[in-house]
Write a protein that binds this ligand. Structure first.
Ligand SMILES: O=C(O)CCC(=O)C(=O)O
Length: 279
């Protein structure tokens, strides 16, 4: 696998300035046919390897529901990111060559009626601010719009909510009990009140979204498999969000490694010095 960043000329042609403007305005951009068959084969191989070799952070959510809802995070997919040119696409969207890879998150839903991923913002869990802060969401299975990842348009510029605890019967149950952040709205119950974006997706299509976006993932029905990966990146304008988030001191979430990083930072400190892999 190549260690060099691919040049944009080797990737499907696209109007990158327009795509960047959509990402900036809406908080999400859909890139049709961004990846070719060789790229997909590589991602599929990496996905299978990760599922077969889960990290200690892997979670099987909602085990009583009798369907698979597997989630894991890791830092193993950077060679794939480079080989497929996903980093080159992010650099084009940022208009910025310097990038840091923050890692991948895998979701596998299958074997029955697997439930939705609750609506949430990644920045509720990560104390990060800046426009150059995105996930690239890839599906390995065709997903009609109703099984896609969904977004509230422009919500990266709105309120930052408390995290979802991913509770079985209450999607908005707050993760952080003493938080100053407001409870999530019940978007699923009041969908008509929100400007929701989603797409019919084929393997090869890519969605890039800002980590401040309200987003939620559809579930599966019997006979379906939904294998998806989020690859997260930041650019140099991303800084530590040190504003108080709870009533008892710094809110570190449930990640001890992140807590150690945050403890050494002041509001506005660049995060690229301390997090992610420079690529
Ligand atoms: O695919 C899903 O259902 C959820 C994905 C998600 O929340 C994420 O990638 O941040």
């Amino acid at each position: 696998m190549s260690a060099e960043r691919r040049s944009l000329e080797t990737l499907p042609p696209r109007d990158w300035p327009t795509a960047a403007r959509t990402l900036e305005d809406d908080g999400v951009v859909f890139l049709k046919s961004a990846l070719g068959p060789t790229d997909l084969a590589l991602i599929e191989q990496e996905f299978a390897h990760s599922v077969a070799h889960p990290t200690p952070k892997a979670v099987n959510f909602y085990p009583s529901e009798n369907a698979t809802f597997f989630e894991d995070t890791g830092q193993r997919m950077l060679p794939m990111v480079r080989a497929t040119g996903i980093d080159a696409m992010v650099a084009a969207l940022f208009g910025e060559p310097d990038l840091w890879y923050m890692g991948e998150q895998l979701f596998l839903k299958e074997n029955g009626f697997s439930r939705r991923t609750p609506w949430h913002q990644d920045t509720s869990y990560l104390r990060m601010m800046g426009s150059q802060l995105v996930a690239c969401w890839v599906t390995l299975d065709p997903l009609p719009r109703e099984h896609c990842l969904e977004f509230v348009r422009g919500s990266h510029k709105g309120t930052l909510y408390n995290g979802s605890a991913f509770a079985a019967h209450d999607d908005t149950a707050p993760l952080y009990k003493d938080s100053k952040l407001p409870r999530l709205p019940d978007i699923q119950k009041h969908r008509a009140d929100f400007d929701i974006l989603a797409w019919d997706m084929e393997p090869g299509d890519l969605i890039v979204f800002h980590l401040g976006m309200l987003h939620g993932g559809a579930g599966t029905v019997p006979g379906m498999r939904r294998r998806t990966v989020s690859l997260r990146f930041m650019g140099p304008n991303v800084v530590f969000d040190g504003r108080p988030r709870d009533n008892v001191g710094a809110q570190e979430g449930n990640d001890a490694a992140l807590a150690a990083v945050y403890g050494a930072l002041k509001h506005g400190d660049p995060l690229s010095r301390v997090m992610g892999q420079k690529i």
